[in-house]
Design a protein around this ligand. Structure first.
Ligand code: NI
Length: 214
């Protein structure tokens, strides 16, 4: 086997091991995340809350901008070698299925909020979201703004050990949260949900979405 091929195969094996390790980590952490979906006395889940961030076009974006729409929220980072791109691909395929079925996706907004604002500038995010469905926008902010948003959604993230300088990985939870027209929690998709499941559940939520008065 020639050297470049051997290098490629070694790279693939390392990627697969990393993917398996990430998958195992997510699986192990799943119950903890689900336990966070506590319902308090008013019957509303304690997921979600206000945020003010910067969109991938450099514009200021807050949760209030999406009132009246289904808001889909994901926390990840563009340098992620596998989980984030795969999750955004599944979501994008689900959105495409909805669109193919004649749904108006103007009533829905998907958000990719970076948990790695040091590297994920608006420009970097613009390139990343360009690979996915056009209803997905990328959001970044200061470390403090990101922390506020992640805390509101009970999203976990930390810089992984190893890696130097600008070359590092992040550990993070990867639920795809679904929020209603008032910004309140409806549910979430996990890594186990296929594009078909995503499209089916979103179609149901869209059906229940109040029609905005214009
Ligand atoms: Ni990721």
């Amino acid at each position: 086997m020639n050297a470049p091929l051997r290098g490629l195969i070694r790279g693939l094996v390392i990627s697969l091991v990393l993917a398996a390790a990430t998958g195992a980590w997510i699986y192990i952490n799943r119950p903890a995340v689900e336990q966070e979906l506590v319902v308090h006395s008013t019957g509303k889940a304690l997921i979600g809350g206000p945020f003010t961030l910067t969109g991938h076009l450099g514009e200021s974006v807050s949760d209030h901008d999406f009132r009246g729409k289904l808001m889909i929220v994901y926390f990840g980072y563009t340098f992620c070698p596998d989980v984030c791109p795969l999750d955004m691909r599944r979501l994008s395929m689900g959105l495409q299925l909805l669109e193919d079925g004649g749904q108006d996706l103007g009533r829905l907004q998907a958000l990719f909020i970076t948990i790695d604002p040091a590297r994920d500038t608006p420009q970097v995010l613009a390139t990343f979201v360009g690979h996915f469905h056009p209803r997905l926008i990328g959001l970044t902010g200061t470390a403090g703004q990101i922390a506020v948003a992640a805390r509101a959604y009970r999203a976990f993230y930390e810089r992984a050990g190893g890696g130097e300088g600008e070359d590092y990985l992040m550990n993070h939870s990867n639920n795809i949260y679904i929020m209603d027209a008032n910004g309140e929690f409806l549910g979430f998709f996990s890594s186990l949900d296929t594009p078909e499941v995503i499209a089916g559940r979103l179609a149901g939520y869209l059906k229940d979405l109040p029609v905005a008065d214009k």
